[in-house]
Design a protein around this ligand. Sequence first.
Ligand SMILES: NC(=O)c1ccc[n+]([C@@H]2O[C@H](COP(=O)([O-])OP(=O)(O)OC[C@H]3O[C@@H](n4cnc5c(N)ncnc54)[C@H](OP(=O)(O)O)[C@@H]3O)[C@@H](O)[C@H]2O)c1
Length: 354
Amino acid sequence: MRKRGNDWLIYGAYGYTGELVAREAVQRGHRPLLAGRSERKLRPLAEDLGLEYACVDLTDAVRLREVCSKVALVFHAAGPFVHTASPMVRACLHTGTNYVDVTGEIPVFEKNFLHDKHAGKKGIALISGVGFDVVPTDCLSAYVVGKIPNAQTLRLAFSGLGGFSRGTLKTLLAHLHEGILVRREGKLVSYDSRLDRASDFRRHLGHLTPITWGDLSTAYHSTGVPDIAVFMHFMGNWAPAARIAWSVSRRLLAVDAIRTTALGFVNRRISGPNEHTRKTARSTIWAEATNPHGESAFARLETMEAYRLTAVAGVRAVERVLATSPRGALTPSQAFGAEFAFELPQTRLITDFS
Ligand SMILES: NC(=O)c1ccc[n+]([C@@H]2O[C@H](COP(=O)([O-])OP(=O)(O)OC[C@H]3O[C@@H](n4cnc5c(N)ncnc54)[C@H](OP(=O)(O)O)[C@@H]3O)[C@@H](O)[C@H]2O)c1
């Protein structure tokens, strides 16, 4: 029988992202318990990595508590999290087990922040978003906002996604109905391009398209800045076409029948970026904070491919939680400091517009 100590488990371990996290963990000397709802899928991975496994369905609250009570931390990698986070968070709160996940879903972040007091009382951390969405953007947000007094506006952009996994596309499809959101005066509202046309950020970066990204929740919690927008940045000669293709497909996928067909295609055909892409692709993140006095702070972060970063940052987040015991429902920058993202391997912080 396992004891808690520094033991931790990965739920959804045989998914695309869960397996990357499991392999990164083993490479760094960890021996996490692998968990998920299918023994058929768990066993081969556990045998390959020489790790123990536990089969548990999220609908079985009793068994879930039993499994969670054996470890000090749960790494939740099974999504869309809008369907999977609540039972796991409940089990962690009940058993006093730290919880981290790789969601990027705004309703999940917002719901987890409501458990702040409860988590604090239980002496545990609840940290959502320890992957690409939102570690680098959250840390960069905290950094630029800390550079000027009374920041009121925060703009973020990212580029260089080397491809999508099945789970990410299913999650994007699950949230399409929410539309394109921004945060204005502290509230989540629909994006209005008229408010954004003249910004320096847009002038410097060029081809941007707004996206509903986790930072609309987390950056607000990390920094308190009331006006936040997040964009995808398209580079190169194909940028205008790529931007239009993205906008058109988003509109088409809002139609139920097209979305159902797309979901079938995703289930059959999508497997996620391959190892070569994960090792060679790069991501860039930009952040700009401004205040009513006309001051601004800008920074750029160059880092690893998104899924590789998710595994690398995720395992380091586990190490930080186990070593420093943060308490409450926190964002990554609140839990680990803004430097957390900057200290990741193959990552470079640049503080001008060059
Ligand atoms: N924040 C980030 O930067 C970031 C990065 C990577 C991934 N993600 C998110 O992580 C999630 C997983 O992505 P992925 O690429 O790993 O997807 P995937 O390859 O499709 O794997 C999904 C995993 O979740 C499990 N799962 C799904 N629904 C479940 C449920 N109701 N109960 C129990 N297990 C369930 C699946 O198990 P079964 O096979 O048994 O269904 C599988 O293990 C997605 O939501 C994605 O958006 C976020």
